[in-house]
Design a protein around this ligand. Structure first.
Ligand code: ARG
Length: 565
């Protein structure tokens, strides 16, 4: 497909001898298409070319007029306002979308580059809490977006599978296992035990000793204790997997904290050799440059901590993946932790890799009253509860709106899950997410169901037509609503690219909303099924292309599209 910006920059570069990559960054898209499809300010070239901007603009204009994809060029002051030939544009874009189908928009810019995405990472034996929703959803979307652009992606679930949390559950399990049922949903019993143990420990701190005992046995490799530990991890993962399947997210490794037990000596040894470890109040720490507290490597009791494990994990990831980027999808509360870890890595002599690491923070999930979700009122807290509720509510809406729909349960699943995902990705990730059921499932708002509904509409139009047009006459699509849609379709790859550049899937979700709204405007203004067969064919082609891009875009976010709803 003709990449207009690229082509424009190339042409201007031939005329001015200035680098294409520099020129491309100057190209603007005027807010109002009546001022042109692209605009190029010549001011920045004035110094180099030793001419006044309007003179340069006129020179460039003269030499570009015979390009067939350009319809006209206006020179306004030092600006070139370029109007593209709409018929060629439409032909180019729709031709490409329809011929490539679900491959439309893919790119190879990432070929040869490896991105590690550390995401989800729940803590075993504690509920898969709403707090891990965002990491899972944003990480899952980035995983697919990077892949779409040709990167090699390694998704890592750095499970919290070691330490006192899981040991409390183990101690409690030994005390009370006969009181619980582990046949149906063993995870629920395990969680109940965890909660019960904590409650007692809160009132009687001495109770902690049983969990400490478990940790000691675990560290000593006691066979029976290790077996119990493994079993709890197994049933937890089986539970998480249900959520991962719903969201469609994938991990290439489940190496969690425990995996690094035997890999932390290396961290301590390297730090000692490089004279970076200093004593501070009995602990061994690395001092930081900036005004941030030192990074503890060994506590005064001689034990390793979260940061020690993250350093061991980084050394392992450098050796194993030789990554070009390593992203951490973790709440903003852990910003200091990652600053420290990256700085220690850099001081250890791995600056190149430290510079490739990035903490990708995000805001909290708040309920409709602006309070931290799950903090009171007993509203749903575990992800299974939330997803189940969304699916149930969606089913109710479907029962009301379309009682005869086939496979209602399956559609309700897509809608409910899609609603939660889209709500999570709809805004800038750093903003707190408001979780208001009325909003999340609002078919008319800027929501997942609205996007799915738009897709369903494209499919029902095609079904009603009864055929898919081959060879449409694209000169029938020159109205401003159609052109607007086509221009957006053309921006799909660039949108995914900027989403990846900023590690911000909301750039893609915003784009999809805009596309859906543009298509609605087109749909409201024009009859797609009409008397003139050529016009109908062209409009159907546009409809098909919109369906393709919405479906691909939603899939990148982890949302599936029903054909009917
Ligand atoms: N399990 C941790 C938590 O819930 C998140 C782990 C993130 N990844 C990492 N490499 N530290 O807070």
């Amino acid at each position: 497909m003709l990449n207009y910006k690229q082509e424009l920059a190339k042409k201007i570069s031939e005329i001015t001898n200035i680098d294409t990559s520099e020129l491309i960054s100057y190209i603007e898209i005027p807010p109002n298409p009546s001022l042109g499809d692209y605009s190029f300010p010549c001011f920045r070239l004035a110094k180099e070319m030793k001419k006044a901007p309007p003179v340069i603009a006129n020179e460039i204009k003269e030499q570009m007029l015979d390009e067939d994809w350009i319809e006209k060029i206006d020179v306004v002051g030092g600006y070139l306002n370029i109007f593209t030939n709409k018929k060629i544009l439409v032909e180019n874009v729709l031709g490409e979308v329809i011929s490539k189908q679900e491959d439309y928009g893919k790119s190879d810019v990432g070929n040869g580059k490896t991105v590690v995405i550390d995401y989800s990472a729940p803590n075993i034996a504690k509920p898969f809490h709403i707090g891990h929703l965002r990491s899972t959803v944003i990480g899952g979307a980035l995983y697919k977006m990077y892949q779409f652009l040709g990167y090699k992606v390694i998704g890592i679930n750095h499970l919290g599978d070691w330490g006192m949390g899981i040991c409390r559950t183990m101690a409690g399990y030994r005390m009370w296992k006969d009181e619980y049922d582990f046949t149906e949903n063993p995870i629920n019993s395990v969680l109940a035990i965890y909660v019960r143990y904590n409650k007692i420990e809160k009132e009687d701190p001495d109770f902690k000793k049983y969990a400490v005992e478990e940790l000691k046995k675990l560290e000593a490799g006691d066979e029976e204790t290790v077996a119990l530990w493994k079993w709890i991890i197994k049933i937890s993962l089986e539970d998480y997997q249900k959520i991962y399947d719903l969201i469609g997210c994938k991990f290439d490794s489940y190496n969690g904290e425990a995996f690094y037990n035997d890999k932390m000596d290396r961290v301590v040894k390297e730090l000692e050799e490089k004279h970076l470890l200093v004593e501070s109040e009995g602990a061994k720490v690395v001092m930081m440059d900036e005004n941030i507290p030192p990074c503890i490597i060994l506590t005064s009791a001689g034990t390793t901590i979260y940061a020690t494990r993250d350093l061991a994990a980084l050394l392992y990831r450098i050796d194993t993946y030789d990554f070009d980027k390593c992203l951490y999808l973790v709440a903003s509360e852990q910003s200091l932790h990652f600053k420290q870890v990256f700085e220690v890595l850099s001081k250890m002599g791995y600056k190149k890799y430290a510079d490739r690491c990035e903490h990708i923070p995000f805001g909290l999930v708040l309920d409709e009253d602006g309070e931290k979700m799950g903090s009171r009122k007993g509203n749903a807290v575990t992800l299974s509860e939330i997803f189940n509720e969304a699916i149930e509510k969606s089913l109710k809406i479907i029962e009301e709106k379309n009682p005869d729909l086939e496979e209602k349960e399956e559609v309700a699943k897509m809608v409910g899950v899609g609603a939660i995902i889209f709500n999570d990705l709809a805004n800038n990730r750093i903003k707190d997410e408001i979780f208001d059921w009325n909003q999340v499932l609002n078919f008319a708002g800027e929501t997942g169901p609205y996007m799915q509904y738009t897709y369903v509409r494209t499919q029902s139009i095609l079904r009603n037509a009864g055929y898919v047009p081959e060879n449409a006459d694209y000169s029938k699509l020159l109205d401003s609503e159609a052109i607007d849609v086509v221009k957006q379709l053309a921006n799909f790859t660039d949108t995914v690219k900027s989403g990846v550049e900023k590690n911000e899937p909301s750039i893609l979700s915003r784009y999809l909303i805009d596309l859906a709204q543009s298509f609605s405007r087109f749909y409201n203004e024009h009859h797609i099924l009409c008397d003139d067969k050529d016009t109908q064919d062209a409009r159907l082609a546009l409809t098909e292309a919109v369906g393709i891009v919405i479906k691909s875009g939603l899939e990148l976010l982890g949302i599936r599209c029903p054909v009917k709803m």
